[in-house]
Design a protein around this ligand. Structure first.
Ligand SMILES: NC(=O)c1ccc[n+]([C@@H]2O[C@H](COP(=O)([O-])OP(=O)(O)OC[C@H]3O[C@@H](n4cnc5c(N)ncnc54)[C@H](OP(=O)(O)O)[C@@H]3O)[C@@H](O)[C@H]2O)c1
Length: 263
């Protein structure tokens, strides 16, 4: 059982991950350090079992597992501070490779995670990769902790660019589609509020139906389409356009940019 988990950086992602872990692990203590005192105050105000630390070295010494949740451009300073650490270190910083983490933390068992923004509401979809020094027990533990915040899958590190394109950047692409649906509803005479609610519930409901039934998207499409009906009329426009190819290119462009930014 883990007793102490540390968060370096107490921003939005750290807050969401810490909240999910505290809810599920009844005895765990969360150690936290952030250069902004007001961020740490938020943790102590909102969560039980939080200890504020004076600095990152102090935090790393007192934690069994350390999350690094600072922006990628700030990570090198943090790595220098905790260079001697021999524990599990989980970085959520976008684009920071396992090679970079392992060469700057020569004794740590490192993990690299690509979370996504729905983590903020406990509905994360994340991919993670394990460093060369991690054990099977470490992998199991890290997967368990991350899964408290949502779906978590282990992938090869080179696949994290694809994860970034699909689920990391995905919320922005889905939100774009949501906006188009809302505008379509407004264009047909619905109020903005009604169009928004109907759109969001339809996205959520479709997602849940696919998940719970195990149906493929094609099976669901066929289930909703009666010959000569309304869905078929809409599908003629959608499927006659380049929509699939545009989505393929969108995700591929985000994945390619992730690869370019990696270091
Ligand atoms: N948000 C997402 O959806 C998302 C998705 C995938 C990956 N990520 C990754 O998650 C990480 C955290 O993102 P976030 O949105 O939670 O960032 P954030 O809200 O900016 O939180 C980072 C916090 O760390 C603080 N900080 C900076 N340097 C520090 C240091 N040396 N020691 C301790 N604390 C320090 C920052 O203070 P200052 O603001 O004063 O610098 C800030 O309060 C990023 O690396 C990002 O790439 C985020």
């Amino acid at each position: 059982m883990v007793k102490n988990i540390g968060f370096i950086g107490a921003g939005n992602m750290a807050y969401a991950l810490a909240q999910a872990i505290i809810e599920q692990e009844s005895v765990v203590q969360i150690n936290v350090f952030d250069i902004r005192p007001e961020r740490m105050d938020l943790f102590t105000g909102d969560f039980p079992r939080v200890k504020l630390k004076k600095g990152n070295r102090d935090l790393a010494a007192d934690s069994e597992i350390i999350f690094i949740a600072v922006k990628p451009q700030e990570i090198d300073m943090v790595l220098k501070e905790i260079v001697e650490i021999k524990k599990i270190v989980i970085s959520i910083a976008a684009g920071i490779t396992i090679k970079h983490l392992e060469s700057n933390l020569p004794h740590a068992r490192v993990f690299r995670v690509m979370p996504n923004t729905p983590c903020l509401v406990g509905e994360m979809a994340a991919g993670f990769a394990a460093g060369s020094r991690s054990t099977a027990g470490d992998v199991e533990l890290v997967q368990r902790l991350l899964s408290y915040a949502g779906y978590t899958v282990m992938v090869k590190e080179e696949q994290l660019d694809a994860v970034t394109g699909l689920s990391g950047s995905g919320p922005a692409f889905i939100a774009y589609l949501a906006e188009a649906f809302i505008n379509a509803g407004i264009g047909l005479g619905l109020s903005e509020k009604t169009a928004r609610e109907l759109t969001l519930k339809t996205i959520r409901g479709t997602s849940l139906l696919l998940e719970k039934s195990g149906m493929s998207p094609s099976e669901l499409i066929n289930m909703v389409s009666s010959p000569g009906g309304t869905t078929v009329a809409g599908r003629e426009i959608l499927e006659g356009s380049d929509c699939s190819e545009i989505i393929r290119k969108t995700v591929a462009a985000a994945a390619a940019r992730s690869k370019e930014l990696g270091r």
